[in-house]
Design a protein around this ligand. Structure first.
Ligand SMILES: C[S@@+](CC[C@H](N)C(=O)[O-])C[C@H]1O[C@@H](n2cnc3c(N)ncnc32)[C@H](O)[C@@H]1O
Ligand SMILES: [Zn+2]
Length: 174
């Protein structure tokens, strides 16, 4: 089994790609490892960066990343029903953005207008005003195929530090 971030409803269709500038800086985070921080004040609705990486099929991910669920770490981002963006390869600083239970950013899938699933993109946007120096976070929305046992919740323990923290990066199952 392999964990990957999932987006539920935040899908948009766009003819143009987003325009982005150098808004962020990557450094060590109090949440975990590396994190991404605002390099200047970022108003709500700013497209901060695209989540890039190598495009993989779900079949490939299931085969190659089987059992990584035990690691508590992932750079995999579900793009659509056909593809996953693998941030282990050809990625950018977006792969360092940490999870929070009370996030200040939100990822969107920008669907290719012609319906080419390979050309869909993931863009991360601020969902409120963010001060210079604040760490950027989004909700990973990780739902595993198996039951979210206490053991798995511990492996995927959340250290976002928010008063709203639910203690795990695993999304409650609906
Ligand atoms: C895409 S990486 C984010 C960058 C990560 N900080 C690093 O240095 O590799 C995702 C992984 O970072 C860790 N992580 C991110 N947010 C976290 C959080 N709120 N609490 C604990 N670990 C977190 C988890 O291991 C997660 O699988
Ligand atoms: Zn949390």
């Amino acid at each position: 089994m392999r964990p990957a971030w999932n987006l539920d409803d935040n899908v948009r269709v766009s003819i143009e790609g987003p325009r982005m500038s150098r808004n962020t800086v990557t450094r060590r985070s109090a949440i975990h490892g590396n994190g991404v921080f605002a390099a200047r004040k970022l108003p709500a609705g700013t497209e901060v960066m695209e989540y890039t990486g190598r495009l993989r099929t779900h079949a490939y991910i299931d085969k190659v990343y089987a059992d990584t669920v035990e690691s508590g770490h992932t750079f995999l981002f579900t793009l659509n029903e056909r593809y996953v963006v693998d941030g282990n390869f050809d990625s950018n600083d977006a792969r360092w953005i940490n999870h929070s239970c009370d996030p200040n950013c939100k990822p969107y899938i920008i669907e290719n207008e012609a319906g080419d699933k390979k050309l869909d993109r993931i863009v991360i946007e601020t969902q409120r005003d963010i001060e210079k120096g604040e760490e950027l976070t989004f909700d990973y929305g990780i739902r595993l195929d198996c039951r979210h046992t206490a053991r798995l919740k511990k492996i995927w323990a959340c250290r976002c530090g928010s008063p709203k923290c639910i203690g795990t990066m695993l999304k409650p199952k609906r």
